[in-house]
Design a protein around this ligand. Sequence first.
Ligand SMILES: C[S@@+](CC[C@H](N)C(=O)[O-])C[C@H]1O[C@@H](n2cnc3c(N)ncnc32)[C@H](O)[C@@H]1O
Length: 208
Amino acid sequence: MKRRTPKRDPVFNDLAFAGRYAKKHLKMARNFGEEYARKLRTRGFQKGRVLDSGCGFGETLIYLAKTFPEAEFAGVDLSEPLLELAMSSAAKANVSGRVEFKKADVHSLPYPENHFTTVLNINMLHLVTDPVKMLNELERVLRDDGHLFIADIRRSWIGFLEPEFKSAFTVAEARAILDKSAIRKGMLNAGFLWWRFETQKNPLKQGV
Ligand SMILES: C[S@@+](CC[C@H](N)C(=O)[O-])C[C@H]1O[C@@H](n2cnc3c(N)ncnc32)[C@H](O)[C@@H]1O
């Protein structure tokens, strides 16, 4: 199946669409929070700075903030309606003091090098205008011993049922993009609907 370029604006600025997106994907975002909390726990993570690049309505980050009370969290997105939702959810969950949501472009992150212990990037690669540039930014802001988790939907026959999947990359295309970027070594696993990329448990032992 040929890749179709995304029909909608990659930035979810339309208020009605953003609201529908948040409602439809709430459970998914919490599931990612649960999954990454589990993975971070097995890596011994307790404190540090976590970035969700393209955080949408913030639910994944809020889940992690509730799970790791000693850590700090930053979420960036360009969608004002989604960022507002994220801020209001963080206030309701009583985590606003440790979670900062900011309007920023994932192609040019407003953070210094080696700043984050953990970087997340979920459902973004197929949407952004320059995926390699985004990946290079993730690598730049992540500490050498940091944890990196990337996940995106994959293009397959499912696109005949769910058009969104037609604009996704195949696993081979995603791998080629990762290889073209400066992103560190990691493992890419292909699931039925999604692929996931993550660094090893002890990042400083990579390539050993
Ligand atoms: C499919 S949603 C994924 C949101 C979130 N990661 C999740 O899993 O629910 C894609 C998000 O990327 C944001 N976005 C698209 N291009 C962006 C860019 N260049 N910089 C920051 N955010 C961007 C959109 O506004 C939207 O919130």
